[in-house]
Ligand binder design. Structure first.
Ligand SMILES: C[S@@+](CC[C@H](N)C(=O)[O-])C[C@H]1O[C@@H](n2cnc3c(N)ncnc32)[C@H](O)[C@@H]1O
Length: 198
């Protein structure tokens, strides 16, 4: 988000904030508004306690509506969220994100795509899971992203494949398996950055 212009005075809407992974990283950087939303209330309580920012909002939502005014946010982000929604629901959520975005604001969402070979493993797990209530892992093609953006009046500023080392690291990062990343890293998921011209 910093690479795409996040400043301390910016306001952020984090759709699907779950237990607070992103706001925990933002809490000492962001001086302005943060709205974290999720459909699971217990996780929101945990995230709120983790961040200790009484000025921030953590809201339970139903459906695909963002409880924020038109043109009020600099960033609306969906990390690992549209991966679990149908394409129709993702499109509706992006339309809602566009509504709450300020002119020149940015939408960032992570996604799964067949263009990234490593994402096949996720497809394979879903393919072989017999559980009728299995987690939805929806793949999105870049052609769909281009069509959605055109219909929503959004610009696609960048798309980074999940295996692309595009994230500049300002310090070494230790992974759970003990390996250390330096210089730059990928996210794993692919990432799309969209802009609202006006
Ligand atoms: C895989 S988690 C990602 C969490 C977080 N963004 C992260 O990267 O750590 C997906 C989250 O999206 C939430 N979610 C699913 N549908 C949603 C919806 N319609 N609105 C808001 N959040 C939703 C889920 O409850 C879950 O907490």
């Amino acid at each position: 988000m910093r690479q795409y212009g996040l400043e301390p005075h910016h306001s952020v809407v984090d759709v699907g904030c779950v237990s607070g992974r992103l706001p925990a990283q933002l809490k000492d950087h962001l001086q302005s508004d943060y709205l974290g939303m999720d459909i699971v209330p217990d996780l929101l309580t945990y995230a709120e306690a983790l961040c200790k920012r009484p000025d921030w909002q953590f809201r339970k939502v139903d459906g695909l509506t963002i409880p924020a005014a038109d043109g009020s946010a600099d960033f609306v982000v969906f990390f690992s969220v549209v991966t679990h929604l149908t394409q129709e629901h993702s499109y509706r959520y992006l339309a809602e994100a566009r509504r709450v975005l300020k002119p020149h604001g940015r939408i960032i969402f992570s996604f799964l795509e067949f263009a990234v070979p490593a994402h096949w493993a996720v497809f394979d797990v879903t393919l072989n899971d017999p559980n009728p209530d299995k987690v939805l892992n929806e793949f999105i093609g870049r052609d769909a992203i281009a069509a959605w953006a055109e219909h929503l009046g959004l610009g696609v500023q960048a798309i980074h494949g999940g295996d692309e080392d595009f994230i500049a690291l300002d310090q070494p990062m230790r992974m759970d398996d003990g390996s250390v990343l330096q210089g730059s890293a990928s996210l794993g998921h692919s990432v799309c950055v969209q802009t609202k011209a006006q």
